[in-house]
Design a protein around this ligand. Structure first.
Ligand code: SF4
Ligand code: SF4
Ligand code: SF4
Length: 319
């Protein structure tokens, strides 16, 4: 069976899974960052009513699955879904649908536009073959609602706080609120005081900048904290920090590209990224990813500068 009589059999496609009941399948649907519009939802409901049991299942990764579709109805069900812009998700040894929280568009804690980053990851990587399943999650801040650290690639919005003396009333609230006890109060030689954060232990979470009554803590820089090698499943592993406060998206995407290249280079068949990291050593993995990325960032920056120089001013002015 195939769509329009050509291409792979639907029952073997990524996103289509055989159930325990004979001749019965699950359709796993794609919802990048968990988003679907009303037209898509209505069509999913129609397909579930016509070809399944009139209900859907919400997966742990923001997806919708329609269960109990008979093999004979797979083709028509998929055709009707696609007419409304609903595509299949992924299964097997591939990059899965990208998970993301609402981010700065909606949430007061959001540091960056998670949906846009998820969209780019989707365009670049969705359904690409990998040595084992490969999951990515984007969280707009260190509250980490999408559990970025349980994914092969996890991105968390990050801020770097800075302190200014003139706005501080010495209430010590920030010391109480910092979730990792990263803030300290130091006596100064002139009999005064200053507040400091330990950059190594700070998790870039915005709690100090959000709660400081006088805005003495302020956001000095915004960026992304990038984690690699997280997984749940049979052998859970928390992701390892790869780099903190990555400010440019160009660097962020190069780091992700290189992380995947290193995974492909060293992973055994069906070995998860994190387990590969533990086998060959995090230092080696980090060194390789960071060194190659640094060279590429420098090269691209030089190329961009060269291109900028080539654009005549008249062209810029005329738009
Ligand atoms: S991770 Fe942060 S930005 Fe995203 S929903 Fe949670 S609190 Fe909001
Ligand atoms: S919370 Fe703000 S005002 Fe209070 S001690 Fe900390 S920096 Fe100063
Ligand atoms: S950003 Fe978060 S972890 Fe860092 S100093 Fe402020 S409250 Fe503490």
């Amino acid at each position: 069976m195939s769509v329009n009589g050509s291409g792979p059999a639907i029952s073997t496609m990524s996103g289509v899974m055989r159930q325990k009941q004979p001749e019965t399948y699950v359709l796993r649907l794609k919802a990048v960052a968990g988003d679907l519009n009303i037209k898509q939802l209505k069509r999913i409901a129609r397909v579930a009513r016509r070809y399944a049991k009139g209900e859907v299942h919400l997966s742990t990764r923001q997806g919708i699955e329609i269960h109990h579709i008979h093999r004979d109805n797979l083709e028509i069900a998929l055709k009707e879904l696609r007419e409304a812009g609903v595509e299949l998700g992924a299964s097997g040894t591939r990059v899965r649908v990208i998970v993301a929280c609402p981010g700065e568009q909606v949430c007061k804690w959001g540091v960056f536009d998670t949906k846009r980053i998820a969209g780019t990851l989707d365009s670049n990587y969705f359904n690409r073959e990998t040595p084992s399943k490969f999951k990515m999650a984007v969280a707009g801040c260190s509250h980490n609602c999408t559990k970025a650290n349980e994914n092969d690639i996890g991105i968390r919005g990050a801020i770097e706080p800075a302190w200014k003396a003139q706005d501080c009333c010495d209430c010590r609230l920030c010391i109480k609120k910092c979730p990792v006890s990263s803030i300290g109060r130091l006596e100064t030689e002139d009999g005064g005081y200053r507040y400091e954060t330990d950059r190594d232990t700070c998790i870039n979470c915005s709690v100090c900048t959000m709660h400081c009554p006088g805005e003495a803590w302020y956001v000095a820089r915004k960026g992304h904290n990038l984690f690699i090698g997280g997984t749940m499943g049979k052998i859970p592993r928390f992701a390892t920090p790869l780099k903190k406060m990555v400010e440019s998206e160009k660097e962020l995407f190069l780091l992700i590209e290189e992380s995947m290249a290193v995974y492909r280079k060293y992973a055994r068949n069906r070995e998860r990224f994190g387990h590969m990291i533990d086998r060959i050593g995090i230092e080696k993995v980090k060194e390789e990813i960071l060194a190659v990325t640094l060279v590429k960032v420098k090269k691209r920056t030089a190329e961009d500068a060269r291109l900028d120089r080539k654009i005549p001013e008249s062209a810029v002015e005329s738009g």
